[in-house]
Design a binder for this molecule. Structure first.
Ligand code: PMP
Length: 424
């Protein structure tokens, strides 16, 4: 029996459970872009571990490296001690990622997960500037700990912290609420006008594409203007590339195309290569103001994640992955646009970049209903946005074209089935 009702999960796990409600089966194994449940049913993965599995499940080359490492009794846990596995990752990151892009960052290991990277960035920005607040953007998502949640633009998530969080000002993101207005004009005035009463922040933190917030895409000129505003007022620019980094948009960093150079970059999810917990905070060398031991934590030395991450960087030795991401992204985009045209009942809008594409649905609850139908038919995809209104297509970057098309066919069939139901 694959399903879970009234199981040990319901009896023992807290009500806070979320994904297991959308995908109510017990999963057993996975390979590439496919996941199997306990009954043996296969699902095409358009979810990719919320962005942690850009290279797919159980990549064979990474798996071999991990098995070899374990067979030799390599250290698994080492706090922030120097190990060969960490040395190999730092070297590969410098050679394959930073150097070819002309980027100069020091690497900090802030803790195992995305929110740890954001917390370190917020702390460092305050320490470096002596300013208190960090400005963030409407619909931004940066994590669930108190600091990262205080820069997250989602009321429901913020309520999870009980009392109101120390307020950081939420600035309007590009095309906020579908507006054509240039929101950078407002932001500039707010910072320059004494009458606004707004103090200059230590930093601004943003995603170039808002993954959780509804797949809102910042335009290149908007990003460049935001960078200009930051430079003008000595505000540090933090790009949170936890979800969009590691190739999701077709380049390793999501900001490469815009030509901006953030002061701090947050990476996690797919940097772990194999779904293993790892986070990096990249900081401009002149910002390395930490005193030894000033930011520590027990799980900053996951050597299995270092081994997996190092091997995953082989995908970046040439531009093949980037090219296929753009090709597959455009297949998805074209199909979503077709669905938008052919199913007006959706009141759909297509948004996205690279292999992060979404179809925003204008009818309350409908996106979730279609995703549930798709799950029954063997496709895992999730919704995003404040009202779960966007169907989010985010497969592993390594998905085959055949599986991509099969998944899109399931999505189309699900949209059609839900339309038939609406009519009745
Ligand atoms: N930043 C972004 C952009 C994210 O998408 C997420 C996770 N969805 C986080 C931060 C937080 O990462 P984690 O869940 O690993 O703490």
């Amino acid at each position: 029996e694959a399903r879970t009702p009234l199981s040990v999960f319901d009896q023992m796990e807290s009500e806070v459970r979320s994904y297991c409600r959308s995908f109510p089966v017990v999963f057993t194994r996975a390979s590439g872009h496919t996941i199997w449940d306990r009954s043996g049913k296969a699902y095409i993965d358009f979810f990719a571990g919320a962005g942690a599995l850009n290279y797919g499940h159980n990549d064979p080359a990474i798996k071999r490296k991990l098995i070899d490492y374990l067979a030799k009794d390599g250290l698994t846990h080492s706090l922030d001690m120097a190990t060969e596995a960490k040395e190999a990752l730092l070297k590969a990151f410098e050679e394959k990622i930073l150097k070819p892009r002309g980027l100069s960052y020091k690497v900090m290991f802030p803790g195992p997960t995305g929110t740890n990277s954001v917390e370190a960035a917020l702390k460092l920005a305050r320490k470096a500037t002596g300013r208190e607040t960090v400005m963030s953007f409407t619909n931004g998502f940066h994590g669930m700990t108190i600091g990262s949640l205080s820069v997250t633009g989602n009321r429901m998530k913020r309520r999870g912290a009980g009392m109101p969080l120390t307020h950081t000002l939420a600035l309007p993101y590009d095309q906020y609420m579908g507006s054509e207005l240039d929101t950078t004009l407002y932001i500039e005035r707010l910072l320059e006008d004494d009458g606004s009463g707004v103090s200059l922040p230590a930093a601004m933190i943003l995603e170039t594409v808002q993954g959780e917030g509804g797949i809102h895409v910042a335009s290149i000129p908007w990003l460049q203007k935001i960078e200009g505003i930051c430079r003008k007022h000595d505000i540090l620019l933090i790009v949170d590339d936890v979800q969009m980094g590691c190739g999701r948009t077709g380049t390793f960093f999501s900001f490469e195309e815009a030509g901006i150079q953030p002061d701090i970059v947050c990476l996690s999810k797919s940097i772990g290569g194999y779904g293993l917990p790892l986070a990096l905070t990249l900081i401009k060398p002149e910002l390395d103001l930490w005193l030894p031991g000033e930011h520590n934590g027990t799980f900053r030395g996951n050597n299995l994640a270092f081994v997996a991450a190092t091997e995953s960087l082989r995908y970046w030795e040439n531009d093949q992955l980037c090219r296929t991401v753009l090709e597959k992204g455009s297949i998805v985009r074209t199909r979503l646009e077709k669905l938008q045209r052919e199913y007006p009942y959706l009141q759909g809008k297509v948004r996205g970049r690279g292999l992060m594409q979404g179809l925003a649905v204008g009818v309350d609850g409908l996106a979730e209903k279609i995703c549930a139908e798709a799950f029954e038919r063997g496709l895992i995809l999730e919704t995003s946005g404040p009202k779960s209104e966007v169907m989010k297509v985010m497969p592993p970057l390594t998905i085959t074209e055949e599986a991509l098309l099969a998944g899109l066919d399931i999505l189309e069939a699900s949209i059609k089935a839900c339309k038939e139901e609406e009519k009745q």
